[in-house]
Ligand binder design. Structure first.
Ligand code: COA
Length: 188
């Protein structure tokens, strides 16, 4: 998987070294300012950052030493980055929080592939739910992904998330030992 896959027009994404002693928002404001000019960020009732002006959307995620940010001119964007680590309970967690078909897929994989697949699924789901805005509390099982040609696709989702085919998804390895996903839906 490429370090930063090509993205459609209207999307900008960067994976930056994370400064652990600086809040992510403060670290990202200069990055946003070079793209938007002025940056005024506010948090909605769920804690999601929103740009106070214009129709751009921003989202970011931090894990370990990485800070992943995406900016979408129009539409909704969400990102997630996670560190790969052993997940002995991947199938049990998937049975509890994912859709049954996803847990079945993980269970059928060899153990090493299963741990990576679990993280990939997690990133895809979290990126989508962060784009939507409710975050994880919406329900990880409400967006169902399946692998085709080595890439995760959104197969079905709750009606509140809209049509699955309206969502654009990219998943990649931004650095050794990390997985990331970006979900984006154009403004209808
Ligand atoms: C918020 C949440 C997405 C964080 O997940 P995480 O894996 O720990 O963190 P990530 O690094 O991927 O993302 C963190 C960033 O997501 C953003 N974020 C926060 N709430 C968000 C939401 N509802 N939707 C999208 N993005 C959100 C913030 O920018 C945050 O960065 P910050 O630490 O600088 O504030 C997750 O805990 C969640 O979905 N919680 C449920 C939301 C909720 O019910 N909040 C209750 C508040 S009343």
């Amino acid at each position: 998987m490429p370090v930063l896959p090509p993205l459609p027009d209207g999307l900008d994404c960067a994976c930056l070294p994370r400064a652990h002693d600086v809040p992510a928002q403060a670290q990202l404001e200069p990055w946003l300012a070079t793209r938007l000019g002025t940056v005024a960020l506010a948090r909605d009732a769920r804690g999601r950052p929103r740009l106070a002006e214009g129709d751009a959307d921003v989202n970011w995620s931090h894990s370990g030493d990485l800070l992943l940010v995406a900016l979408a001119r129009g539409g909704q964007v969400g990102v997630d980055v996670e560190r790969e680590r052993p997940r002995a309970r991947a199938v049990a967690l998937a049975r509890r929080f994912f859709a049954p078909a996803e847990a079945d897929w993980l269970q059928a994989l060899p153990a090493a592939a299963r741990e990576v697949a679990f993280v990939r699924l997690w990133c895809a789901k979290e990126a989508l739910l962060k784009a939507h805005g409710h975050g994880l509390s919406f329900g990880l099982h409400k967006a169902v992904f399946g692998e085709r040609d080595g890439v995760l696709h959104l197969l079905e989702c709750d009606a509140l998330l809209g049509a699955p085919e309206a969502w654009f998804l990219r998943e990649w390895a931004p650095a050794p030992g990390y997985r990331a996903a970006l979900a984006w839906r154009r403004r209808a």
